[in-house]
Design a protein around this ligand. Structure first.
Ligand SMILES: Nc1ncnc2c1ncn2[C@@H]1O[C@H](COP(=O)(O)OP(=O)(O)OP(=O)(O)O)[C@@H](O)[C@H]1O
Ligand SMILES: [Mg+2]
Length: 283
């Protein structure tokens, strides 16, 4: 995969119109890994399920705290007001700590109304690009966790992004579904290039990959098929691990929940293969 070191920040959209394909898990754990490398990272939770927010400590609404939905709904609310420090542990927990270098645009269940709200809005495809514009210079990396659809919320994420990482569980049907994402990226770029749309599919990320034949015959067939179709775009896979749902339930990212674990090592390998390196402390 090619890396353009000139692009600062690198803005990624984690997408797949199919639900449950590892987008939120990957947005969070890749974000944590990059923050650990020393990059200043912003995870944008654009999904009404709020999984990225929950995983980073924020399960319940906080009185007076703005969310991504407030920014979308109200012109005078700036994205900066919806940015919170990412947490290791639940918000308010006695042992909960802020994760160094990692920030979150807080998600909201109200985002379920976003599609409808955007439908009638002028410049609707620019919603996220416009919101990010004033803050993006403060970050090295921005990772957008998209909902599992290809609607206006996701189109806005594609317009705002440089790179798209398609997350999939391995399988023939799932791989075929990638052509829809590719088609959408192409259409978005065709229609909105004048507005700066230029996202490229730069990674295909296989998650929840069984590690034994007994877990399913697809284990390396899926990887082989992906390699045949997408070659170098295929990133190192994330192996199936019970630590992933467990870490989500504890609201602690893998790096803190299972530092020496396989899935943790997989996200490290992914970060490296995307061209990121550990930065020295003194910048
Ligand atoms: N490597 C893995 N091993 C085991 N379980 C995994 C793995 N990756 C993801 N999962 C589980 O699969 C489920 C879906 O993952 P995730 O929420 O990241 O997908 P998603 O694409 O964000 O879903 P949605 O479209 O609903 O937002 C979760 O329960 C998660 O814990
Ligand atoms: Mg998700």
């Amino acid at each position: 995969m090619t890396v353009n070191a000139e692009l600062v920040p690198r803005i990624f959209a984690m997408t797949n119109q199919v639900g449950g394909s590892g987008k939120s898990t990957s947005a969070v754990n890749l974000g944590v890994q990059l923050a650990d490398f020393g990059y200043k990272v912003l995870v944008v939770d654009a999904d009404d399920q709020k999984d990225a927010s929950v995983a980073l400590g924020y399960e319940y609404p906080i009185e007076g705290q703005k969310t991504i939905f407030d920014c979308l709904e109200q012109k005078d609310v700036k994205l900066a007001e919806a940015i919170v420090p990412a947490l290791c542990g639940p918000y308010g927990g006695a042992d909960t700590k802020a994760i160094e270098n990692l920030y979150l645009v807080l998600g909201s269940g109200d985002m379920e109304n976003a599609e409808q709200m955007l439908t009638t809005r002028m410049g609707r495809e620019m919603w996220l690009k416009n919101l990010l514009e004033p803050v993006k210079g403060e970050y090295d990396v921005i990772i957008i966790d998209c909902p599992g659809s290809l609607g206006l919320v996701v189109i806005g994420a594609l317009v705002a992004s440089d790179e798209v990482i398609a997350c999939i569980k391995p399988g023939y049907k799932e791989l075929r579904g990638l052509t829809r994402i590719e088609g959408k990226i192409e259409t978005v770029n065709e229609h909105f290039s004048a507005l700066g749309a230029h996202a490229q599919l730069t990674g295909v990320l296989l998650v929840d990959v069984p590690t034994h034949r007994s877990q399913g015959a697809v284990w390396d067939d899926g990887k082989k098929l992906a390699k045949q179709a997408y070659g170098d775009l295929v990133l190192p896979s994330v192996r199936r691990s019970t630590k992933i749902p467990e870490s989500y339930a504890h609201q602690k990212a893998l790096l803190f929940f299972d530092r020496a674990g396989e899935a943790t090592a997989d996200y490290l390998a992914i970060a490296k293969s995307m061209g990121f390196k550990r930065r020295s402390k003194v910048r």
